[in-house]
Design a protein around this ligand. Structure first.
Ligand code: HEC
Ligand SMILES: [Cu+2]
Length: 505
């Protein structure tokens, strides 16, 4: 069987690369068919085939034998640019070494220890390296179609939408007041008015992507998280219906990956994802009109597997768009709140080694192949509020007083969840997050669909420590999805009184 496969590939190789002596060597060195499977781990960043486009990494059609750093329209890092200047050609041997450790390879090739490669993925297994190179050899630039269009779906930008890099759109919103909203760390909310005073405004916000080491639990389990503004969840943004939100997204050059933003509150261009993809060293500004009221998820959404990968590394946040005249109950009567807490729930899929211990990685993207395998089990290792187990308990607990009304916002970018306040209720619950739909009343547990955000309003009536959790109790207790609300005030015996406890009478 093995022999047969080899012969077959030899034949295919011969047809594709007629006249080349290398063909025999390919058949012996690597197995293109096996290499096609290995290439699945490259597809998160690279495209091949007929309609291939540059993604996180350059198009790889015809890469074997190609001048390094030379694919049209792709922005290579400074290391590969320098290697290109020195005439590096991707022979099979060079690529074999590159794949083992791109940065080390570039440093060795340039004789410069400060050189870096933008590719943060390593393939240690020698056989897999040989196989994937054999596969790439079958994809000559002209034969690309034979590989089948392996294009990943990520809608094209409509004509007239995108702009050349470095261009600034002229401002059509003169006359509207501009305000800069200072974003704050969750679970807190930026300063805002519940009822809008005056006309629609342009609200300027800034999100800076930080790829950083992040501890998930008390055992020190660490990942290289992907974050907006360094927090998990990303900060809450607040606007009123009719306002324009002008969002600047920055991807510092110290980062390794491409990022963008898909705002569920926005209309068009994949929620903005279609026109905000930026490489390290770039920034982009997107303006959208907040036409729908409610609480909406926003998240990073690069192509293909990179979307769940980035989302399960922390890139989820929310924006609340309030009706101009504020919140209303199911009969249209005004509702207000004394405090607002923003709870972000995230699921993580930390890869384990052969002994079952969590693995650690040093750079963003290095865990890609392992993480994709682990997230495909759909079995999270951590489900937490505010980025880590216990973030909203103890010193981080939310606070309130008896008589105060608290608005809890709850976002989950990827998985369904069921917030519940033990000992309290949801007096008014906008379960799907939509404020144009009447709130449900007096809920015990509400359902927040993965990919959305919900809101619940509660007036505290008793003091004490309340648990606010995901009422999948296994996820709450074993995986971390629990928080505390510490409430001060006077106990109401009428609502609850301990009548007797002791031996059976
Ligand atoms: C996490 C994203 C990511 C993954 C996964 C990844 N690459 Fe890359 N790759 C990149 C980036 C980014 C570059 C550009 C490097 C630079 O500019 O320094 C690159 C560059 C390359 C180049 C050089 C291309 C050229 O035009 O010079 C080759 C060859 C390559 N990758 C092969 C692979 C193969 C084969 C795999 C799978 C085994 C793979 N890559 C997996 C991101 C990735
Ligand atoms: Cu991202």
């Amino acid at each position: 069987m093995f022999k047969f496969a080899n012969i077959l590939i030899g034949v295919v190789g011969t047809t594709l690369l007629a006249g080349s002596f290398n063909t025999v060597a390919i058949a012996q060195e690597g197995n293109a068919k096996a290499g096609k499977k290995v290439f699945r781990s490259c597809r998160a960043c690279h495209q091949v085939g007929d309609n291939a486009k540059n993604a996180v990494g350059p198009v790889l059609n015809g890469v074997v034998g190609r001048l390094a750093g030379s694919y049209d329209g792709y922005k290579y890092g400074s290391g590969l640019k320098a290697a290109n200047g020195k005439g590096l050609v991707w022979s099979k041997e060079q690529m074999f070494n590159w794949l083992a450790d791109p940065t080390k390879f570039v440093q060795g090739y340039l004789g410069d220890d400060s050189a870096r490669a933008k590719m943060s993925f390593r393939l240690r297994d020698e056989k897999k390296r040989r196989d994937v190179i054999a596969y790439l050899e079958t994809l000559g630039p002209k034969k690309a179609a034979a590989a089948g269009a392996e294009k990943l779906t990520h809608g094209d930008v409509p004509a007239g939408m995108g702009m050349a890099s470095g261009t600034i759109a002229s401002d059509s919103l003169e006359g509207l007041e501009r305000v800069r909203q200072e974003l704050v760390l969750p679970p807190f909310a930026p300063k805002h008015e519940q009822v809008a005073k005056g006309k629609a405004r342009v609200i300027e916000v800034e999100l800076v992507v930080e790829e950083k080491k992040w501890v998930l639990d008390g055992d020190g389990t660490e990942i290289v998280a992907l974050t907006f503004n360094g927090s998990i969840p990303a900060p809450l943004i607040i606007a009123h219906e009719g306002d324009y939100v002008e969002l600047t997204l920055k991807n510092p050059s110290t980062n390794l990956m491409e990022h963008n933003i898909d705002l569920h509150a926005a209309t068009g261009a994949l929620g903005g994802a279609g026109i905000t993809t930026i490489s390290p060293g770039e920034e982009t500004t997107l303006r959208f009109k907040a036409t729908k009221t409610g609480v909406f998820l926003y998240h990073c959404a690069p192509e293909g597997s990179m979307t769940p990968y980035h989302v399960t590394h922390g890139m989820t946040g929310a924006i609340m768009v309030l009706p101009r005249d504020g919140l209303k109950d199911d009969k249209g009567k005004s509702l207000t709140y004394d405090r607002l807490y923003f709870v972000g729930e995230n699921d993580f899929y930390v890869p384990r080694d052969a002994d079952g211990n969590f693995k650690t990685y040093s750079a963003a993207g290095e865990d890609l192949a392992d993480w994709i395998q682990s997230m495909r089990t759909l079995l999270p290792t951590h489900v937490v509020f505010n980025g880590r187990v216990g973030a909203l308990t103890g010193k981080g607990a939310m606070k309130a007083k008896v008589g105060e009304t608290v608005l809890f916002l709850h976002v989950q970018g990827n998985r369904d969840t069921r917030p519940h306040l033990i000992g309290g209720h949801g007096d008014f619950v906008w379960e799907t997050g939509s404020f144009s739909s009447p709130p449900l009343r007096d809920q015990e547990t509400w359902f927040v669909r993965g990919g959305s955000a919900g809101a619940a309003l509660y007036t505290f009536r008793q003091p004490g420590v309340y648990a606010y959790l995901n009422h999948n109790l296994i996820e709450a207790v074993e995986l971390g999805a629990a928080a505390h609300v510490v409430v001060e005030g006077k106990w109401d015996d009428d609502l609850m009184k301990q009548v007797y406890i002791g031996p059976i009478k």
